[in-house]
Design a protein around this ligand. Structure first.
Ligand code: ZN
Length: 298
């Protein structure tokens, strides 16, 4: 554990269902990256979007990780136990004039001309919110370019004003956004290295922006390809991706190592999960995934 402070990684699944091959793929990548650097690997359950939580999903996720030998360090971190921390960050940003209430409905925004993924700032200069009206909180984005070097994808640059506009930190229903919670969690857990799926790369500039507003350090980022199905869609609950099997874990792990372009030797086809992980840690090299956006299981 000598290098523990210099590398703290994490896996942060949402308890919206059991792990599928795509989520286990990113879990394995972040595990191997952490262990290859003798770092810590923490587990965080992204459970604040309560309407999407599925009963029993947390237990199923933990059981699957254990069955595959992906043992995390320390206690499991639950976002739902950190709501006060998110509120403190919101209060601070509000105090500094960096966010504002927004009463726009989804319907209203959909009726506007132009790109619907960029908020046009309708409530930016509103003085007062009509009493009793529910509102969201938005971060004031600005015209700065957020630039970061992804360890696999190279230099990434995004202008927040042009790509997202002012973005939501807390929804009208009172749920804190993924962007804010993730930034606070990464800080509280002391995360130094984020390894996650490429589907989240578009969130990274907003998270770096929030880190800058809150005076928090920016971790190193590595976005691995996503696994797509035979129709070219990302494996997800929405595309009805199957839960990973617990019955034949070593064969699945061998396949995942191949999909991570690690070229496990054929002799390991009969190996156990601990043996495969041991080989995976000793030989981990993410560079063969360089600039790859998606992989497809054969
Ligand atoms: Zn608004």
């Amino acid at each position: 554990m000598a290098d523990a402070q210099s590398y703290v990684g994490r896996f942060a699944p949402s308890p919206t269902g059991p792990l599928h091959l795509g989520s286990l793929y990113t879990a394995l990548a972040s595990f191997l990256d952490a262990r290859a650097r003798r770092g810590l690997w923490l587990l965080r359950i992204d459970d604040i979007d309560t309407p999407r939580n599925v009963p029993g999903a947390v237990g199923s996720i933990l059981k699957t990780l254990e069955a595959y030998g992906l043992q995390w360090d320390g206690a499991v971190y639950y976002e739902s136990q950190h709501l006060d921390d998110y509120e403190q960050a919101l209060a601070r940003l509000q105090h500094e004039g960096l966010l504002y209430p927004c009463v726009c409905s989804r319907k209203r925004l959909a009726e506007l001309p132009g790109r619907h993924d960029i908020y046009p700032g309708l409530c930016r200069n509103r003085i007062a919110i009509p009493a009793g009206q529910p509102y969201a909180l938005r971060a004031r984005s600005d015209d700065r370019d957020i630039v970061f070097e992804d360890r696999l994808q190279g230099l990434i640059c995004q202008n927040l004003a042009a790509e997202h506009g002012d973005f939501i930190l807390k929804r009208k229903e009172g749920i804190v956004s993924y962007q804010l919670a993730c930034v606070i969690d990464d800080h509280l857990q002391g995360i130094t290295h984020v390894v996650r799926g490429l589907d989240l790369v578009d969130s990274t500039p907003r998270q770096i922006f929030l880190q800058q507003l809150l005076g928090l350090p920016t971790p190193s980022y590595l976005h691995v390809p996503i696994i797509i199905d035979s129709h070219g869609y990302k494996l997800s609950k929405q595309t009805l991706a199957e839960a990973v099997t617990l019955r034949n874990a070593p064969a699945v792990m061998f396949k995942l190592l191949e999909l991570l372009r690690q070229k496990p030797p054929v002799e390991l086809k009969q190996a156990s999960c601990p043996e495969l992980l041991d080989w995976g840690v000793r030989n981990w090299d993410p560079l063969p995934l360089n600039k790859t956006r998606s992989v497809q299981p054969g």
